[in-house]
Design a protein around this ligand. Structure first.
Ligand code: SF4
Ligand code: SF4
Length: 333
């Protein structure tokens, strides 16, 4: 999230980003397709990532809108923003009357709930402004705060991204925090729990926009573990999921498999432990095998420790062996 900190000045003052700014036109696009799969063999993927990358689609629509405006008023100039631009897009959407910022920190609209992408057109002329959405319709509800498996909300309207599954599975590089590994609830890319439980989203209708690709919501966990870089590049070519990179996605898959404890995943985890080129994947495979227990997992960990050259991975293997011995002790095996 360093990119956010790096441009904090512009984020706090839109004129530093676009000095000619006089108006912000804020737009939302419904992306709801359905809730994440509850099938245990399938990695959970956030709704917004089920289609092709939305940035290009939204940008092209915003550029079309700007061209239409310029065709009637050629002297008007503007820029378009989607997601990564250094502006407070949820605040602008609220100021533009689209909705309110809920306790889970997402913007919520009356018509589409919180399943919306935001985009902005910043123009260099003054317009007749809409009224801000000043109501907070969350009321006494705390469903999102109560449902978060990692306690990522230190207080309502405040999100600790270091604890958020969405941040951890997409942006975070390196090891996942040990104390959270058991709490990722099967998510391998993003997390929708706080939106799924929101009562405003109960009446959300599926989006009419075609975001491309189908089946990204149904990616089986075990085959992902043996995916090569070339296969990953082809399969996720136009998907937002490529942001996690192969190494991050396979790390997340190991954690999901370790939490499911399905012994059918042992051969794939053993292969990853011995053959993955990524130390991160080897160490998380070891962790997952430690969760599984059993003689095959134990034997492969003992083999791996004799050949593993990375000190961090060796430590994870030893921890996994200890976990298996503890499991055996408790089960009397
Ligand atoms: S996205 Fe998931 S982990 Fe993040 S705050 Fe919401 S429920 Fe918690
Ligand atoms: S779940 Fe409740 S508190 Fe959370 S955003 Fe929705 S309405 Fe607000």
């Amino acid at each position: 999230m360093r990119w956010m900190e790096n441009r904090a000045d512009e984020r706090g003052d839109i004129s530093k980003y676009y000095p000619e700014a006089k108006s912000v036109i804020s737009l939302g696009l419904n992306y709801f397709t359905g809730n994440a799969s509850s099938h245990p063999d399938v990695g959970k993927i956030s709704n917004y990532a089920w289609g092709d990358d939305y940035h290009d689609l939204i940008k092209s629509r915003l550029y079309n809108l700007l061209s239409e405006i310029k065709s009637e008023y050629p002297k008007i100039n503007g820029i378009v923003c989607v997601d990564t631009s250094p502006i407070m897009e949820k605040d602008w959407a609220q100021k533009a009357g689209l909705g309110w910022i809920g306790k889970h920190t997402n913007l919520i609209t009356r018509d589409y709930g919180s399943w919306i992408f935001l985009g902005e057109l910043i123009l260099d002329i003054e317009l007749k402004y809409d009224k801000p959405f000043n109501d907070d319709l969350c009321g006494t509800c705390t469903a999102c705060l109560d449902a978060c498996p990692t306690d990522a909300f230190p207080e309502p309207y405040v999100l600790d991204s270091n604890k958020c599954i969405s941040y951890l599975t997409i942006e975070h590089r390196g090891d996942l925090p040990t104390e959270l590994e058991n709490k990722l609830s099967g998510w391998i890319y993003g997390c929708d729990i706080c939106q799924e439980v929101c009562p405003v989203n109960e009446s959300a209708s599926p989006s009419k926009t075609a975001f491309g690709r189908s089946g990204t919501s149904l990616v089986e966990l075990i085959p992902l573990l043996s995916m090569t870089q070339d296969e990953f590049s082809v399969f996720f070519k136009s998907s937002p999921i490529k942001r996690a990179k192969l190494v991050g996605l396979q790390r997340n898959v190991c954690v999901a498999l370790g939490n499911i404890r399905d012994r059918a995943a042992v051969p794939a985890l053993v292969r990853a432990l011995h053959e993955s080129e990524y130390s991160l994947v080897r160490s998380h495979s070891a962790w997952a095998l430690g969760c599984m227990g059993g003689s095959v997992a134990r034997g492969s960990l003992l083999d791996a420790i004799t050949i593993e050259g990375d000190a961090e991975v060796r430590k994870e293997i030893l921890d996994a062996l200890n976990a298996i011995d503890l499991l055996s002790l408790h089960s009397g095996m």
